[in-house]
Design a protein. Structure first.
Length: 415
């Protein structure tokens, strides 16, 4: 069953009527479905069941503690990019030995904290970072488990802002410099060379970029092996795409797994994967209430109470997300631009959408589980939305709506 479906005209999540949640918790409101998160994670577990593997959920896609808790209970690992995310994962019951630490700018404090926690691996993105990590580990009297992130220079054919595997991107170590970097890592006594990784972009819906990238990584593994540098894992990153509109295809996880497995062949390597969007994207919606309907000549606007501070994807990536009525009611259908109250022309959730609505009706923005709440801000001194998790006939508040006064409680008047 889909995480959100219709029952006699009402949008439901499992057995819960979404409009009841809006009544109880107010809007804007994020609603997540626990079963959908678990099912998406299980798709990876099933697809990789014949290989030694570790699924490391990319925390930055949605870092709410309840989501991390849900995944930790399945035995998931985590891919983090900051000390804050490390603390969240540990607070949610995640196991340090299943955490990989990605990111192009890890600082000394973050390295020290991750070493202290005893994480599984640092995904190192430059030789400078490697040298720094070696110093920090040495100062703490430990060795740092390391994978080097390779930039395979493949075109992920996705939006330029979410493409990361091209030479022009800031991420990883160029293929041509990789061998030297591994030799250097091998020399450093406080570095334990364990793996190789890449992450070529986000919202990928075809297999070719993965096939190309994994083939390059496997070639490097063989080269290293011939030099006596033996790796025990290959981390193929995340990026598995989901279906935002009826024209999209989501990535076929089974086919993706077969493609990765066949490139690896008989080599004795554990497969790590870092999916973010695929795990949570379809498991969430953003609910919002229509404040005003207005028309400028022949353009109609639905001014809603959610804005770009709540969901920035349409403004930032020109992302298209489905918008629909929460309750099917007798209304005149019109084509609307769905816009927020913020003083920016980029403040829209969707343009030219046919909707049957009146003022005070509820709308929902689909596929809002990933890169949605986590990218929200307090722009215009707007409190961030509340978040709710649905499970069967039950639902739980998993983040309360921010209080306006708290937004400036850490600021000071001048003496
Ligand atoms: C963002 C990111 C991911 C997750 O990407 P998705 O597109 O959400 O699957 C995985 N690995 C790294 C290194 C990332 O930066």
């Amino acid at each position: 069953m889909k995480p959100f479906h219709r029952q006699s005209g009402s949008l439901m999540s499992d057995q819960v009527r979404c409009s009841d949640l809006a009544e109880e918790f107010g809007t804007p409101l994020y609603v997540y479905n626990r079963r959908a998160i678990e099912q998406a994670w299980q798709e990876f577990a099933t697809a990789l069941q014949d290989s030694s593997h570790l699924i490391c959920y990319a925390v930055k896609a949605n870092s709410n503690l309840a989501i991390l808790d849900t995944l930790a209970r399945l035995g998931s690992g985590f891919d983090i990019v900051s000390l804050g995310e490390l603390k969240r994962v540990l607070a949610a019951g995640g196991k340090p030995e299943k955490i990989v630490f990605s990111g192009v700018g890890k600082n000394t404090r973050e390295m020290a904290a991750a070493l202290e926690a005893g994480i599984r691996c640092f995904n190192v993105e430059s030789v400078s970072e490697l040298e720094r990590l070696a110093e920090v580990a040495s100062a703490h009297g430990v060795t740092a488990p390391v994978s080097l992130r390779i930039n395979p220079d493949v075109d992920a054919q996705t939006h330029p802002y979410i493409s990361t595997g091209l030479k022009e991107n800031k991420f990883g170590i160029n293929m041509g410099d990789a061998l030297q970097a591994y030799r250097r890592a091998q020399e450093l006594s406080s570095i334990d060379v364990q793996g190789i990784d890449c992450h070529i972009g986000s919202q990928l819906t075809t297999l070719e970029p993965y096939a190309d990238a994994v083939a390059l990584l496997v070639g490097m593994i063989d080269t290293l092996s011939a030099e006596g540098i033996h790796l025990s894992h290959i981390d193929v990153g995340g990026g598995q795409g989901i279906r935002y509109s009826a024209d999209d295809e989501s990535l076929d996880v089974q086919a993706w797994a077969r493609c990765v497995q066949s490139a690896i062949g008989e080599r004795d390597l554990q497969i790590l994967v870092e999916p973010g969007r695929y795990i949570v994207g379809q498991a969430g919606i953003l609910m919002t209430r229509v404040e005003y309907l207005k028309s400028n000549e022949d353009r109609h606007f639905a001014v809603v109470d959610a804005a770009m501070n709540d969901l920035i994807r349409p403004a930032l990536y020109s992302a298209w997300q489905e918008i629909e009525e929460v309750e099917t009611l007798e209304r005149e259908a019109r084509v609307y631009d769905v816009v927020g109250p913020i003083c920016e022309s980029a403040d829209f959730l969707g343009k030219q959408r046919t909707l049957s609505i009146a003022e005070n009706d509820l709308l929902c923005v689909r596929s809002s589980g990933a890169y949605a709440f986590v990218m929200s801000s307090n722009y215009n001194t707007r409190p961030r939305a509340a978040e709710v998790m649905v499970e069967g006939e039950k639902f739980f508040l998993v983040r309360s709506r921010e209080e306006t006064e708290a937004l400036f409680a850490q600021e000071f008047l001048l003496p």
